[in-house]
Design a protein around this ligand. Structure first.
Ligand code: GTP
Length: 597
């Protein structure tokens, strides 16, 4: 069969370089939506995504475009997430396409995620079309940026397309390049069905929706399909494409992309990278597949109101239906009661889940500081993974501890390089490479993940006034001199505040936390000592002075309505407080105490 009219491609870009805006324009020019429908950013379907302006779930849109040569092409546009936490999802989705559109903001140039994404596209054997966006901006320098792309990435920019996704300038140039320059897919329609499970998500009405790329054969409604990795079989009850509206089609053929539903209840049953074949007529060999993405950052989530525990459990289960990359197990904390230890792909992923719990499920939560997974090599020869600093075993039983390291790429204008290198050094970084492209420097560092999970990215942004970009991949584990620092409030250890640090930094961090807690915990009627300790040894101490009596006395004067207001206010405040021994600790203290400046 003839596949020469099909083009499967992804758009890759650094965050904010205009990927979604360009995708919307391509859809509009191809007539996929009316003007009114265009008003909503169609590819970013979740509210949260739209507000934050980031794309989380990859989706695919089928477009028809009649090129200047008179032929009508079927274009399958695959949306990819742009943020560092989701880099792995990008690499998976690229395997479903033959080409990539590389969008670079012509007023900014190449950034860290431009590089990370483009390397993945090269690895996936993609044909790459460079597109310079935002040429409407006075600050745009397309010629300079083309040179930079050639220098830094090494791809030819002679035929790069210059566009303004915002104004719609030269969108046809992009479509013509896609048809002329990207290869058509290959595949055999007559062979047994072989399809790649590209992505899946949970829809409350239809159950799990599976995005597929057909390599060989034909996929139809009523067919009984087999997931080769999981071994499960399901009758297909719906086959369709997004145009971008959901539309059912008769069949999906070799080379094409689309979706199926098959009455599946949980995305955990749909392994991305699995091969889908026909149960009665199986393909000989499955596709190579992917490794699952593993959580690297963990934190505790506890309901402020203990009676919300079951609600939290149900909400986590619902979120997990949609996002199998996040994990959770029940956890008990002396300070915070019953909750869950949750694992995430990175910090942004963690924030997104927290925000969804707050917004969609109306949960008032206390979040403990994020931590990484340590490997404890015990004296008895066993290996323990530590997900929670509070669970650190007796140091006498530990032979040595390993921590995860990442390889980080930072791109930054020259002027800010000095303080950025200093930040990396402070965070125990080891410089691997330092190069220049024009007035931008590219620094490659090996850094302990522990040192970046908390606020590295925020610090990087503030030091560079927002001009630095950052990307990382988890590299390996290596041995480190790590200690657990416990925090005692009024003489009692607060497990949720314990953290693990390199020995050389334990005292400095302990001091900073005590000083911060002093400001975060309100005065009580008695004096409150705050201490940081390694084992039994106190390494830092602060004291919160007792409250003066006349401050409370004031609350009892005045008229009744004022009093009620005060009481209500107190109640409101209470909701966000946690009673610990005799001391009330505000919810915000649990996370803010560990921030560093
Ligand atoms: P993520 O989805 O977060 O990865 O970002 P993105 O790369 O999809 O960027 P998006 O399309 O959301 O655009 C980012 C910002 O740039 C938005 O405010 C757009 O309005 C703006 N923008 C996009 N294209 C152009 C353009 O051609 N010219 C100008 N001036 N602004 C643009």
């Amino acid at each position: 069969s003839d596949l020469s009219h099909i083009r499967n491609f992804a758009i890759i870009a650094h965050i904010d370089h205009g990927k979604s805006t360009l995708a919307d324009r391509l859809i509009q020019v191809c007539g996929g939506l009316t003007d009114r429908e265009m008003k909503e950013q169609v590819l970013d379907s979740m509210d949260l995504e739209r507000e934050r302006g980031i794309t989380i779930k990859a989706q695919t849109v089928r477009l028809n475009y009649t090129a200047k040569n008179g032929r009508t092409y079927q274009l399958n546009l695959m949306d990819t997430p742009g943020h560092v936490d989701f880099a792995y999802e990008v690499s998976r989705s690229l395997a479903a396409c033959e080409g990539s559109i590389l969008v670079v903001d012509a007023s900014q140039g190449v950034e860290a995620q431009t590089l990370a994404n483009v390397y993945q596209a090269i690895e996936a054997n993609h044909e790459i079309i460079p597109v310079l966006n935002k040429i409407d901006l006075p600050a745009a320098e397309p010629a300079r940026v083309k040179e930079q792309i050639e220098d830094v990435i090494g791809i030819d920019c002679a035929d790069a397309v210059e566009v303004s996704a915002k104004s719609g300038l030269n969108i046809e140039g992009v479509l013509e390049s896609i048809c002329a320059r990207l290869p058509a897919p290959q595949g055999d329609e007559k062979a047994p069905l072989k399809a790649m499970l590209v992505d899946s998500w949970y829809d409350p009405y239809l159950g799990v929706i599976i995005l597929v790329r057909i390599k060989d054969g034909v996929l139809k409604k009523g067919q009984k399909v087999l997931m080769m990795q999981s071994g499960a079989t399901h009758p297909v009850d719906r086959v369709g494409v997004f145009s971008p509206k959901m539309e059912e089609v008769k069949e999906l053929k070799a080379g094409e992309m689309g979706f199926i539903t098959a009455g599946i209840k949980s995305v955990a049953d749909c392994n991305v990278g699995d091969t889908i074949t026909e149960d009665g007529r199986r393909c000989a060999e499955p596709l190579p597949g992917f490794k699952p993405s593993i959580p690297v950052v963990f934190c505790g989530l506890f309901p402020v109101d203990a009676s919300d525990f079951e609600h939290l459990r149900d909400s986590l289960a619902k979120l997990r239906l949609n996002d199998s990359s996040f994990e959770y197990v029940p956890e008990t904390s002396a300070a915070l009661g019953f909750g869950f230890r949750c694992g995430f792909l990175g910090l942004l992923h963690m924030e997104i889940i927290q925000e969804r719990l707050d917004r969609e499920f109306d949960l008032d939560l206390i979040t403990t500081a994020p931590s990484v997974v340590y490997r404890m090599h015990m004296t008895d020869g066993t290996l323990k993974e530590l997900h929670n600093p509070a669970d650190m075993p007796d140091v006498m039983k530990i032979d040595f501890i390993e921590e995860p390291w990442v390889k980080a790429t930072i791109m930054v204008p020259d002027d800010y390089l000095g303080p950025i290198l200093q930040l990396c050094t402070e965070r125990r970084g080891i410089q691997l490479d330092l190069t220049y492209a024009g007035n931008r420097a590219m620094a490659v560092y090996k850094l302990p993940l522990n040192e970046i999970v908390f606020d590295f990215y925020d610090r990087l942004k503030s030091i560079s006034k927002g001009y630095a970009s950052f990307d990382y991949e988890v590299a390996d584990y290596s041995e480190s001199d790590l200690v657990k620092v416990g925090i005692l409030v009024n003489g009692e250890p607060v497990d949720a505040l314990a953290f693990i640090a390199h020995r050389t930094q334990a005292e400095f961090r302990g001091r900073a936390i005590c000083a911060r807690l002093k400001d975060l915990i309100p005065r009580h009627l008695f004096k409150i000592p705050i201490q940081a300790a390694i084992g039994g040894k106190v390494i830092a101490r602060e004291t919160i002075a007792a409250m003066r009596k006349d401050v409370t006395a004031k609350c009892y004067g005045g008229d009744i309505s004022r009093k009620r207001k005060l009481l209500d206010k107190q109640k409101e405040g209470k909701k966000r407080m946690r009673q610990f021994g005799k001391v009330e600790i505000p919810q915000t203290a649990f996370i803010n105490a560990l921030k560093m400046d």
